[in-house]
Design a protein. Sequence first.
Length: 250
Amino acid sequence: MPRCGVLLQSGGRVSVAENNEHDWTAGTVLAPLEPGPLPIIPKALWAEIQEWILAWKHADALRDEGLDAPGALLLYGPTGSGKTSLARAILKYLGGRPGCILEAHNVVTKMYGESPKNVARGFHLAEEHDALLVIEEIDAIGMKRQGRSDEENIKVTIALMRCLEGAKIPVIGTTNHVGHMDSALQRRFEIKVEVPTLDEKGRGIVLRKILGRDPEPELVALPLNDSIRIARRMRRREFLAACEEREKAA
């Protein structure tokens, strides 16, 4: 893994961050993305994404044939539908490629002219490492420009579109509010996939994996993020109680 210095604006001063092979995103506008298991999603949805993954696994061969690698992928859907988990699974299936996240709060800054530069810095670093780049809350970076007088926000949106147009790496954008995105920015995504929330059956499968047993109906009825948090707490409590019982019996 190559070492390189990356410019990062922090507190009004530009510093140089040294990358290392363990976390090359440290001290930059990016955060590491780890591969993960495939969440429960509709088969048709996954089939569409698999085609995108396959094309990026053979991007060099496509270019040798004079064919373009696919453009960016946009995952949109309500909070808790598993968009980031799906991005982690995509990283796993890309096979050995590193991954990183560019989050809105690391891009948008009050310092004039720095937000567009942060977008460019993120893309540049991801391309240096041939990484999958996931842009989370992309609607907060590339909001609708219609009726906006904020020059800085307009520049950020334009910078993001330019980076997407010239990207030589796989890029995924995620958003809970696709309608808030700038329409021109939406067109920069070749594939747009709606990630739905799980139905009751799907939530039950997820919770059963966590608990190791059938979940209570009241737990399944909760929003998925809440039910997962509660299920993990219940599983921990049950495990510790079992540990206590074994110690007493010893």
